[in-house]
Structures are given as C-alpha cells and as structure tokens.
Design a protein around this ligand. Sequence first.
Ligand SMILES: [Zn+2]
Length: 362
Amino acid sequence: MVNLASAVTTAKRNEAKTVLSQAPQALSIPSYWEIAIMIHDSAPDQEGPALISRPGRMRIPFTRGLKHENHVGLLPTEGWRKRNLQFIGDILIPTILAPRKPKREINGVPLAQSDQIGVTWLGHAGFFGQIAGVNLIIDPNWALWHGPVKRIRHPSLWASDLPPLDLVLITHAHFDHLHLPSLRRIARGQPIIVPQGVGSVVKRCGFGQIVELETWGQAQFKDLKMTLTPARHWGARMIHDTHRGFGGYLIEGPERTLFHCGDSSMFEGFQEIGQRARIDVALMPIGAYDAPSGRPVHMNPEEALDAFAMLGADYMIPMHHETFPLGSEPIHEPAERLAYEAAQRHLEDRVRILHEGETALF
Ligand SMILES: [Zn+2]
C-alpha cells in the first residue's frame, strides 16, 4: 500500500523509475471523431522524473488474468463507417449547431458531516467527493469542446466554486476523463492517483505527488484507503500507448465507502469488487452505449443497474451522460431509460439521478 504522507521520502530513497510494461498492441483503428479528439488535446508522453509510486499488491489473488482479459481492443465492428456517418449526421452536427444550454443555478456545495458521504456531480464522469474529512475530485473535466464534440451545457460548478481539494483521482487517460487544462486548473501541490502508466501524462500539471496504482493496488491518504478496481475497457490515450492502465476506485473511509466505476462495459468483475468492500454509494456510467465503433466499452442503463446489484451497493448515482455526446443514442435517453428501469426494479429510492452541480449527502 502506498502511504502518501511518506511517499516523498520513500521516492527520494529509492529513486526508482516506474517500469512500464508494454502490453501486446491490438490493431488500432479509431473512428473519425475519436481521431479528431486526439488531435485536439494531445499530451506529452516522455518518461518523466521518477514517479512517487509504489503500487500495492492485492491481498486477495484475482486469478483470471484480469488486465488482459478485460482489455478491449480498438478494432471497430463491421458497419462502423456507416455508423460513424450516422453519428456525425444525427448527433454531432446537430449538437454543434444547437446553442449550449445555460448552467444550472447552484447555491454552493453543501458540506458533509464527518460520518457522511457528499457527492457532487460536475458533469460527465466528474465528481467532487467528501468522505472522512477529505475533499477529493475524480475525473474533473470543464472542457467546452473535445475536438468536434461539444459540451451541451455550460458547467454549473467550476473549480473555483469548490472547497479546497486535498486529493485528485483519475480513472484512465481517455480525453473525457483526463482533461489536462482542468487538472492544471485544480493542481495546488496536492497528490494525484492514477492507474499504472498514466503518471507521465499528468507530470507537468503541478501536483505534489503522482501515485500510480496497478489493478487492486492501494494508496492511503489520511483516513482514506483507495483501491484501483478492474474494469472492462481500454487505457490508450492515443493509439499506440496500450500500456496505460484503467479502472475505477474504491474509496474507503473508516465508516463509509464510495465507489467510482470509471468506464466499463458489463463484466463479472463487479461481483469481485462488491466482495472487497461494503459500498455505500456507487457512481456508475450509463451513457455512450451506442458507440459508432460498435465496441463493447460502455454499459447501457439496464446493465449499469445489473452491475449495481452485483456490487451490492446501497445507492447508485449515474454518470457519463447528458454532457458530451459520445454515443449515437439521444443525449437524454440514458437518464430516461435509467429512471424507467429503476422504477421497474423498485429501486427509485436507491438510484439518485443528479442534475449537474447538484450534491447528494448520504
Ligand atoms: Zn474511457
């Protein structure tokens, strides 16, 4: 386990460089708009100074070779050219032409009591979290554009609207989750936790410590224990950099536990994650399921509810919807489908669909 308080001295003593394991590369053919996003927001990718990183090993062996098994290749399925054109004509261009919706009026961020979890949705996969006296932020993204992909609403809460941030977590290096200008905006020397192989992307942002975690690796910050959980997705920021890790986070305080799923399609791993911790609140992605590439890398709302059940969590808050149009489904469809299906399953009281900028206390 990495103890962030002692990581600086540990790193100075060892001056160890993170070894980046090179996974076999999949044939990589991203769609037109994915390439456009890459061009828009490219990042330096040289090996930087020694990272303050000592990934912990999982205590419960996960024997099925998760990283390899759950890494989705970049090859699109048959018919992707037609689906790309449909996506551009039906979703992308209409969004570009439509005026961006105004921000929601938010009266500040309610502060959580020490025994509460506070969760504030910042749009897309971004959350401000309050747990065990720590203010943290996960996958913040205040971009108005990702290449031709337009944010449909002005952000309701900006970085300056949030309480001071103690800790930053990034689930993976995709542009909609790791947005460098947003990270530079919040970096004040605090630590950042990223999956293995992602540290080089954030090294010049202004964070005091960069901690890379392997799947099931752990880091300690004050009373919080963070565990990088598996996901079925992929981690390459561009095309060739398939060595980068990806996942979600279990964030465990002495009394309460928060889970951020990251990006994932449905897989058995949710059961294993649920066995690792008693989860109070699960932040689950529900959008971009109708991907132009046809690749199974995201869940639809029904699958997200299945995953929520597998996790055994008390409450679910959806994310990855109504912010950036990344799938061919209508932008409001994920939340509508989720509300309908939650009612069908009698989960209305346990599934909280937040407006952007809204805070829920548990
Ligand atoms: Zn992703």
